[in-house]
Design a protein around this ligand. Structure first.
Ligand code: DOR
Length: 428
């Protein structure tokens, strides 16, 4: 029988509590055994992967990415997105439905999954739309999409402005065991804003978006989560007030989870000072105070997940005056090293970081495997915590280049990604 042995690495799994140098034996794509002495783990026929000096974690899972296929393949395809994911250390990703056509029905879900199968690498879990065409007017067919394989519903990119429709979405999704992921933004408050509201926007002559554009919707959705007793996940938390509202709601025991993205704990609105459209994103980069609140939210467990919100755009949408440029930045190939900075700063333990990038996301979207346990698929990431590199967008697997982190010196990187026992990225 074909076996693989991952030997000598520091295995860290928040799910099982393992943290130590142990070996992992893999058979038929699954984890067969974790340990280091006696037993089958000594099998001389095993293929050996030497992980000494490296960190071995359950495969990282990115629950918020945009793959742009179908419709905008010039920005990203399922295949290029999966490659970017594998290089970033991700074994599974959830892709948002704002494609063209929108993923609001079985045929689009099927199409994405077929493409993902052909790309044969990273696991892809599509997210279906909350509303037909993301128009916020009527609900999409959750039963049909769930049967086709979606793990959640979201109108990400757009808010659901109608509170009654959002209530029905939570109730309907609950019936199908689907998570609702909310893009919290009041479009009336956003108006024609292009960046965070405040002195910097005034200096740059750009219209601002107040924090309240996010927080009023977080407050509304918490009220609806309470009303419906349905699970709700708040996407891309960026504002201090949102962190506070989520913290309070969680203390009251609501079925509420939240994510943020590396740009919200790594950058502030200062990144926009040079009119760099790569730093134009929804919600916008905010102040030091917001960035610190997001960090604190990660630290105290208010924010459960770090997701990339990988949002590829081409130069056609980005090389424009700031007002006209598209929102979003790519992140799958920088997410892990930027997040490791939080560990270096003493804000998160390595264990917490792995929980936020692997086991928490797996539980939140209800994958049937969480962590490194015998019987689970052999999905794992090997990380070199000491590897230093300079971000060079030209080397990215993503088809797009819209990152504000180009040229940053970072430390710590995935060097091998394994999905179901198969190596999908190897840079050891
Ligand atoms: O900046 C953003 N870009 N925010 C979103 O919510 C959507 C995303 C995109 O799809 O480009």
């Amino acid at each position: 029988m074909k076996q693989t042995l991952i030997k000598g690495g520091r295995v860290l799994d928040p799910e099982t509590g393992i943290d130590g140098v142990v070996d992992i034996l893999i058979e038929r794509g699954k984890i067969a055994e974790i340990g280091n002495e006696k037993s089958k783990i000594q099998n001389p026929k095993s293929k050996i992967i030497d992980a000494s000096g490296k960190l071995v974690t359950p495969g990282l899972i990115d629950i918020h990415t945009h793959l742009r296929e179908p419709g905008h393949e010039y920005k990203e395809t399922v295949e290029s997105g999966c490659l970017a994911a594998a290089h970033g250390g991700f074994t599974a990703i959830c892709c948002m439905p704002n494609t063209e056509p929108v993923n609001d029905n079985q045929s689009v879900t099927d199409y994405i999954l077929r493409k993902a199968n052909m790309a044969a690498g990273v696991r892809v879990y599509p997210v279906g739309a909350i509303s037909r065409g993301l128009r916020g007017e009527s609900l999409a067919e959750y039963g049909e999409m769930k049967a086709a394989g979606v793990v959640a519903v979201s109108d990400d990119g757009n808010p659901v402005m109608n509170a009654q429709l959002m209530r029905r979405a939570l109730e309907y999704a609950k019936g199908f065991g689907l998570l609702v992921i909310s893009h919290c933004e009041d479009r009336n408050l956003t108006a024609n804003g292009a960046m965070n509201e405040g002195a910097t926007a005034t200096r740059l002559g750009l219209a601002g978006i107040p924090n309240a554009a996010e927080t009023v919707m977080v407050a509304r959705d918490i009220a609806l989560c309470e009303l419906t007793d349905a699970p709700l996940h708040i996407a891309h938390v960026s504002a201090e007030g949102s962190v506070r509202l989520i913290r309070d709601a969680k203390a009251r025991g609501l079925q509420l989870t939240a994510e943020t993205a590396p740009h919200y704990f790594s950058l502030t609105e200062e990144a926009v000072m040079s009119y760099d459209t790569n730093a134009k994103v929804h919600p916008p980069l905010r102040t030091d105070r917001d960035r610190d609140a997001v960090r604190q939210g990660l630290r105290d467990g208010t924010i459960d997940v770090i997701a990339s919100d990988h949002a590829p755009h081409s130069s056609v949408e980005k090389d424009l005056e700031f007002d006209a440029a598209a929102n979003g930045l790519i992140g799958m190939e920088t997410s892990l090293p930027l997040s490791l900075k939080l560990v270096e700063m003493g804000l998160l333990s390595l264990n917490d970081l792995v929980a936020k990038m692997s086991t928490n996301p797996a539980r939140i979207v209800k994958l049937d495997y969480v962590g490194l346990k015998p019987g689970n698929p052999a999905d794992l990431t090997i990380i070199d915590l000491e590897k230093k590199f300079t971000v060079d967008a030209n080397t990215f697997c993503s088809k797009s280049r819209n990152t504000p982190f180009n040229g940053w010196e970072l430390k710590g990187k995935a060097v091998m990604t394994m999905v179901g026992g198969k190596i999908v990225f190897d840079d050891r």
